[in-house]
Design a protein around this ligand. Sequence first.
Ligand code: PLP
Length: 397
Amino acid sequence: MAVQIEKTSSKKVLNSAVPQSRIPYNKPYVAGKELEYIEQAIANSQLSGNGNYTEKCHKWLEDNVEVKKAFLTHSGTAALEMASLIADIQPGDEVIMPSFTFVTTASAFVLRSAIPIFVDIRPDTLNIDEQLIAKAITSKTKAIVPVHYAGVSCDMEKICQIAEQHKLVVIEDAAHALKATYKKRPVGCMGSMSALSFHETKNIIAGEAGALLLNDESMIRRAEIIWEKGTNRKEFHLGLTDKYTWQELGSSFPPSELTAAFLFAQMEEADFITNRRVQIWELYHKGFEQLEMQNLVQRPVQWSEGERNGHIYYLLLENNQVRNELLKFLNDRDIKAVFHYIPLHTAPAGQRYGKAFGDLPHTIDISGRLLRMPLWVGLEDESVAEIIALVKQFFGK
Ligand SMILES: *Cc1c(COP(=O)(O)O)cnc(C)c1O
């Protein structure tokens, strides 16, 4: 048996029978009602997508992220791929994005034969440097894809202003950012479109799932068609047309109702999940304060424009060697700290399909010095304290 979930329990973490580190970097959290809702989905006798639970999730997202329309997808990657279809990205179009991000931020557009233009990040928030975006725009630029790293918002006011000036589409990669805020509004509500991920390593999870959120009303009808394999299935079901036909290029984007049922149980607990993650984030932050004063580590910068959602806690070490030594020190003690991202512009496919805008010095530097600490809802305060003590011990403090 791989996992144990007690139906009656709430606030449980999956216990894996697969060998894991004593303190893994992530453990999927189970809110409590997942199995009950999955049973209900089975009883509803609709297992394919776009049933009751999908509708509940759509409504929750529309209310919580303050967007006009939500579409569940089978992954965050699929949400980005759907966005590139809706934006009508054509071969040779340029799409501006950070290099310091997950692979599929770029590959979703490369699938449409577009060219990712990789721009450097700011050394404070590790988000795309909005000052560089305008400089990277050419006559081929079609879209800007800001990634809200670690659940900290990009400077969306500036980015949307640049996009408006140049008539570009803004597609937010908000995979890290559900329940984070920017100027008191939910992150994900400012671009024409935003992609979310519910992968098991994110804050709100469903194994593999995602969502595409739309703010631009003029995109909704095409989005409905693209979501449902490029057909007018929706209008057919509403009785608005007597034919159900292929209308344009789409794909199969909805997740099954089983996934949506699991996801809805998580959404109901979203505040609890976010609060606990933020609590752990703050424990780390306080715990590493002294080391930062002694110039041994750099902690994430507290950004005044919004509230974070505790998605990632990271430290920046002095250089790549110290980072790798600390990584090994913790891993040797069965604590799974991890690093990411290998800059996309230096990766084989990134070089083949994309273009770097300049040398991206901050991206290269940060990628070599960043270390992520374990962070999940069930992580005990004592474990956080142990990790902090071990990092201090590593520095001889
Ligand atoms: C996780 C993630 C994705 C992809 O989400 P999946 O649900 O795993 O497909 C895209 N972009 C970023 C920044 C991510 O962290």
